[in-house]
Write a protein that binds this ligand. Structure first.
Ligand SMILES: [Zn+2]
Ligand SMILES: [Zn+2]
Length: 347
């Protein structure tokens, strides 16, 4: 039996390829993928925003995938055919970096490439062969397009953990895009007093519907708003969830002495960091980068999705069938839209 795989042959050129459905080897699980969400990295590779340097084509996009276990190889315990799972990226699990939790630094590639000459996540495929340590059992009541949030939500958990927040800390998230609103919900779950800044009215409304206080830096003074929010002490933490210099500049205007700024978002071309070293020195600031997630972050992400601590239903803007991949990527790349979810099977 053959199955379909979405492949990016070149920038702007998507096509469906076919392959024979594989049998899982020792330690592997075959998953019938129901949905794969289009990550910002996916559509930016497609429309050329990220250039050619970080990808070799052809490559198979997709890493935010969820589905049902179809078959299990030898030496895989704790899973059953028919269970709902989401795909995680946890490294090999055995090297020094993985043991420390730095799974993103793992140099052992555990991805399985079913088509010769094509690399990538292969999440936009009707079946996916994955290693057992990438399989996370999810709540069966969770729609698959929401289960696809396991990976992006885990990266937000990873970032907020790096801030070492305490309950009652003040935290600003700049940008109410997809990852901004995921970060804000994670920070709230960790006990922070959170507000969001955003310039787009539709996004402001969505952030408010999730229960956040929101300010618009075009209409209001972000420094005054922040000071009012924290009684003049300056903010404990700022998460920059948009990749531009204006947002990063704002973060350093409102963070307190000894406060932390988490740079969550990338921008293309890369935004400049306008920083005076003396200010960092005297300000005792922590400037933290983040990306990827550890096994523990995946577990907490899974719990948050499962029990509704983090709500992502409103963050899925469209569900589009695989055959309409062109439309799906166009929608994903349209400013203002949140995640677009590819549906891999008719039913
Ligand atoms: Zn992603
Ligand atoms: Zn490893």
């Amino acid at each position: 039996m053959k199955y379909k795989i979405l492949v990016m042959e070149e920038i702007g050129q998507l096509a469906i390829r076919e392959a024979e459905v594989p049998k899982p080897d020792k330690g592997q699980v075959l998953v019938r993928i129901k949905n794969c969400n289009i990550c910002t990295t996916d559509w930016q590779n497609w429309n050329g925003m990220r250039g050619k340097s970080n990808k070799s084509f052809p490559y198979a996009p997709g890493h935010e995938a969820a589905g049902i276990i179809e078959a299990i190889g030898e030496d895989v315990e704790g899973f059953k055919v028919g269970e709902h799972i989401a795909v995680g990226y946890t490294g090999c699990g055995y090297c020094d970096e993985c043991k420390k939790g730095n799974t993103k630094s793992c140099k052992i590639n555990t991805e399985i490439y079913p088509v010769e000459g094509v690399t990538g996540g292969f999440g936009m495929s009707q079946f996916m062969l994955i290693n057992k340590n990438q399989v996370f059992k999810v709540n069966e009541n969770l729609p698959f397009e929401e289960a696809c949030y396991l990976e992006p939500l885990a990266t937000a958990v990873h970032g907020v953990r790096k801030l070492s927040v305490n309950p009652g800390d003040t935290l600003l998230v700049i940008g109410a895009g997809n990852m901004g609103l995921v970060n804000a919900q994670v920070a709230r779950a960790f006990g922070c007093r959170v507000f969001v800044s955003e310039v787009d009215e539709t996004r402001i409304a969505l952030a408010k519907s999730l229960g956040f206080e929101v300010m618009n830096p075009i209409k209001d003074d972000i420094v005054k708003f922040s000071n009012d929010f924290c009684n003049g002490y300056g903010l404990d933490h700022v998460v920059v969830a948009v990749g531009n210099t204006v947002a990063t500049d704002q973060a350093f205007k409102v963070v307190k002495r000894g406060g932390k700024v988490l740079l969550f978002a990338a921008g293309y071309p890369s935004p400049e960091l306008n920083l005076d070293v003396n200010k960092v020195h005297y300000g005792n600031w922590h400037i933290i980068g983040t990306g990827g997630a550890s096994v523990g972050d995946y577990c907490l992400s899974n719990k948050y999705l499962s029990d509704g601590t983090v709500k992502v239903d409103k963050l899925v803007s469209y569900k589009v069938p695989l055959e309409e991949y062109e439309k799906a990527f166009t929608l994903a790349a349209t400013p203002g839209n949140y995640r677009v979810s590819l549906v891999l099977w008719d039913k």
